[in-house]
Design a protein. Structure first.
Lengths: 80, 189
């Protein structure tokens, strides 16, 4: 894995982590409107970053269409 | 339904072969307070927990599967280049005979995983108290792993996992308070 990919992957891991953390928080603070807004901001950003990463390095989930003639394929996590 | 996301929740960096450390980490793979036990426990309790806690159990259970993958990555990378001789010296000779270089849901002492490690009582408070205890036991295990390991890269990932146990424990405690408030409301009817 190239240094650029590793860096972008780390950014995506951070972005997704923010979503997970705010999501768990909202389960026990359902009336926190500021928290809800924060969660939505984090989700929007993570989604954008994921799209960018997948365009460069290939799909992370089966929900992203793959190109059929391109070997671009992000490695399995335990092979990184 | 679950969709696989082809990345770890937090990076795992392994520089050296260290089957002894891998053996210790198996406590969090197939052990009583490990990630498999946690994921399966919360997943299975979801069906009878009150509505407002279902989402929390679902999302924490899902995250635990991600932690299981991190631990698996550590164990795999720490042992993949180990010779039978090295595995034997690390106390993994029996593991090698039964599983080769494959992973297996054993604890650090080589005892296979059993569903008897986990419980579902159908009582929300009993279940959530078990969940809080599970998080605290896992946090303690991560602390002992960090104390016994001298690998700075592994310890970095273990510290992340230890902090997650803290957060999950806190969320479960809050869930208990939410349910208790509801119980109090009911007694006034």
């Amino acid at each position: 894995m190239s240094e650029e990919q590793r860096k972008l992957l780390m950014e995506l891991q951070i972005a997704d982590f923010n979503v997970i953390e705010w999501d768990l928080y909202m389960h026990t603070h359902p009336d926190d409107m500021e928290g809800c807004q924060k969660l939505n901001e984090k989700t929007t950003y993570a989604k954008k970053l994921r799209k960018h990463y997948e365009r460069l390095y290939g799909p992370l989930t089966i929900l992203t269409p793959r190109s059929c003639d391109d070997a671009s394929c992000t490695p399995w996590p335990w092979q990184v | 339904m679950w969709i696989y996301d082809k990345k770890l929740q937090y990076p795992v960096v392994v520089r050296d072969t260290n089957p002894r450390l891998a053996k210790y980490l198996m406590e969090q793979y197939g052990g009583a307070d490990g990630e498999l036990a946690a994921a399966l426990r919360y997943q299975n309790q979801r069906y009878t927990i009150p509505e407002k806690v279902i989402g929390l159990l679902t999302d924490i259970s899902t995250e635990e599967f991600g932690h299981l993958e991190m631990i698996a990555t550590m164990i795999y990378k720490l042992t993949k280049d180990a010779t039978p001789e090295q595995l034997k010296a690390a106390g993994l000779g029996e593991h090698f005979v039964a599983h080769g270089h494959a992973l297996f849901y054993n604890n650090a002492a080589g005892v296979p995983f059993t569903a008897a490690y986990i419980q579902a009582k159908g009582d929300p408070i009993a279940d959530l108290y078990e969940d809080i205890a599970a998080e605290e036991k896992a946090r303690a295990t991560y602390q002992w792993l960090i104390d016994i390991s001298d690998d700075p890269y592994i310890n970095d990932s273990l510290r992340f996992l230890r902090e997650r146990e803290n957060v999950h424990s806190m969320r479960f405690r809050e869930a208990v308070e939410m349910l208790k408030e509801d119980q109090v409301k009911k007694t006034f009817f």
